[in-house]
Design a protein around this ligand. Structure first.
Ligand code: DGY
Length: 327
């Protein structure tokens, strides 16, 4: 048409991506990009989706019936993220749109970070650095610096034993940890053997683990999987690590427990209502806070973008995207 002389399909890139990736997309598509990286309001997003055949989005873009209400040409929404709780899959499927995510490419990087957060939390790494920078380090001494708890030879409880959970379990073997896990469904014997993990109930895990790591997807049923009641089951010497999603932990209840030293410490990469962080958490020294960076290495973020592009390109070429969610 006069307005759109390009024969290339029109696509939306909802957030800033690597310039090389954008250039690659521009070879095949007419791209409406958002290199300014601002997060669109639902109303803006709906308008942006109205004229495109495909969209690359992130967890910050909620794709539901409202967002899709004018998207008559849309064939695919490709999430640059493995978690897809920003997708209303039912609404997307009902609109005849394919939904994809980015599994596998971030598994090891995310498992590494889960372990890093566990180590930093148990050994009070960030708190000790603040202590040093504040001029408190006047001499080496037995116990005047913040004392941590051990990671090696302790019991690690993993809630959510998908690819990333299993990656963390494998890392734990090198630390001589006893690994227990809780998952919606029990792993096959082969998978349990590979990570030497024992299946237990959620209650038993919370009561016996020295460190609890959350790696489960966010769903309505998983909302506040860890609240005041669950925290009360945990050892006062335990740590809680959340690399899953905000909303899986009741952050207010967690802050209260940390304040009252009913838990040793927490390591959090995700928050309810992020990028806002519960103000009580910000006041505490026994919590390590990270800005949702578990998959954030140069190589992995590029791999996530590349996989999302492969998904989008396949769908618009009439092929099955490699990581189609709504088959
Ligand atoms: C993921 O891939 O799910 C990460 O949390 C980034 O959103």
């Amino acid at each position: 048409t006069k307005d759109n002389p390009s024969p290339k399909p029109k696509i939306l890139v909802a957030r800033a991506i690597f310039p090389e990736a954008l250039a690659k997309l521009e070879e095949s598509f007419e791209v409406r990009s958002n290199q300014a990286d601002h997060v669109w309001t639902p109303e803006e997003l709906k308008k942006e989706l109205a004229s495109v055949a495909g969209a690359l989005v992130t967890g910050s873009e909620r794709i539901d019936a409202g967002a899709l209400s004018q998207a008559a040409k849309l064939k695919i929404v490709a999430n640059i993220s493995v978690g897809y709780n920003n997708f209303d899959i039912q609404a997307i499927t009902a609109a005849g749109v394919m939904a994809t995510n980015t599994p596998e490419v971030l598994t090891d990087t995310t498992a590494d970070f889960g372990f890093a957060l566990l180590m930093a939390t148990a050994r009070r790494v960030t708190e000790s650095e603040h202590w040093l920078r504040a001029g408190n380090w006047l001499k080496w001494s037995i116990a005047s610096n913040p004392l941590g708890v051990d990671v090696h030879h302790t019991t690690l409880g993993i809630i959510g034993m998908g690819r990333i959970g299993q990656g963390i379990a494998k890392r734990a073997l090198g630390f001589d940890m006893n690994v227990i896990y809780y998952n919606r469904s029990r792993l096959s014997e082969t998978h349990e053997k590979a990570c030497q993990a024992t299946y237990v109930s959620k209650e038993e895990l919370l009561r016996t683990a020295d460190h609890v790591v959350l790696v489960l997807p966010y769903t309505a049923q998983n909302h506040h999987t860890i609240g005041a009641k669950e925290i009360a089951l945990m050892k006062p010497t335990a740590t809680l690590i959340n690399i899953a999603r905000g909303g899986i932990v009741d952050d207010a209840a967690l802050a209260q427990a940390l304040k009252e030293k009913r838990l040793f410490a927490a390591g959090l990469d995700v928050f309810e209502g992020e990028p806002q962080v519960h103000p009580e958490l910000l006041k505490l020294s026994n919590v390590v806070l990270a800005p949702h960076i578990a998959s954030s290495t140069e190589k992995t973020r590029r791999a996530m973008v590349d996989l999302a592009i492969d998904n989008l390109s396949a769908a618009l070429a009439g092929k099955k995207p490699p990581s189609l969610i709504n088959e």
